[in-house]
Design a protein around this ligand. Structure first.
Ligand SMILES: Cc1cc2nc3c(=O)[nH]c(=O)nc-3n(C[C@H](O)[C@H](O)[C@H](O)COP(=O)(O)O)c2cc1C
Length: 238
């Protein structure tokens, strides 16, 4: 039995892929996963319709809890577990450019950056999957209203039937839970997700390079690399 800690930060990029990897790990291996969720991650996970999936991965029992940053005060007592050797590894995926920058400069003022600091101090291996590494990336967006297509219907079924009352003339992403009902209800196909093409900033690339040099931290370029690293971890321990 392995005990893993999963740190999630507020990136849409690689978010679904990270959930897929942890679901697969749970299906195929004897694992317990404690999840540490940044404030931004809590919002972004909901926007992408993934909030219900968290309980498949961290069911709430001992060493399988979901810890939300908003409930963890300013000193993050739960990250003390890394000093007590409760975990075999900490995996941060996806890691936003914000979290990557903080880690590169040793800042530990959020739940996930503090978990990394304590894990390194406790000798627990840390794996980080930064979203902004280099070049250009294509990132999945939450749902939005395409104004070129929207007919501004007086009775708008998506607005009337949204269970979260998230739709007015736009979608309030802080209310949206990504259920996708609105997409099916708009007869004109005006509500959709989509892909955004982004340029990675040079500062983010530099921060990833710094991260690669840091003690106790391994940088991975895709969540799919995680299962291989967990496998190697087992070999080292046995
Ligand atoms: C829908 C959505 C998607 C986002 N995706 C990303 C992303 O892919 N990469 C990133 O660096 N920030 C992304 N952000 C911005 C972060 O959530 C924001 O910088 C936040 O402060 C990060 O905090 P954290 O690093 O503590 O999680 C996204 C924000 C929203 C609303």
């Amino acid at each position: 039995m392995k005990n893993l800690a999963w740190g999630i930060t507020g990136a849409g990029h690689f978010l679904r892929e990270s959930f897929e990897v942890f679901n697969e790990l749970k299906r195929n291996q004897e694992l317990k996963v404690t999840t540490f969720i940044s404030r931004a991650a809590e919002e972004v996970i909901r926007m992408y319709g993934l909030a219900n999936e968290l309980s498949n991965i961290s069911c709430g029992s001992y060493l399988e809890e979901c810890y939300y940053e908003r409930e963890q005060g300013a000193s993050f007592p739960k990250t003390g577990r890394f000093l007590l050797q409760k975990y075999d590894a900490l995996i941060v995926t996806p890691a936003t450019s914000n979290t990557t920058a903080k880690l590169a400069y040793g800042i530990a003022d959020t739940l996930v950056t503090n978990a990394v600091a304590q894990a390194v101090k406790g000798g627990v291996p840390v794996f980080i999957v930064p979203v902004d590494i280099a070049g250009k990336i294509e990132s999945r967006m939450p749902f939005f209203i395409d104004r070129e297509i929207c007919m501004k219907c007086e009775l708008c079924p998506p607005a009337q039937q949204c269970p979260r009352h998230a739709i007015t003339d736009q979608i309030s992403l802080l209310k949206c839970d990504g259920c996708g009902l609105c997409v099916t209800l708009c007869s004109y196909g005006a509500i959709r997700g989509g892909l955004a093409k982004l340029k990675v900033r040079d500062v983010d690339t530099r921060n990833v390079m710094i991260l690669k040099e840091l003690m106790g931290i391994t940088v991975l370029n895709h969540p799919q690399k995680i299962p291989g690293m967990i496998g190697k971890l087992e070999k080292c321990k046995n």
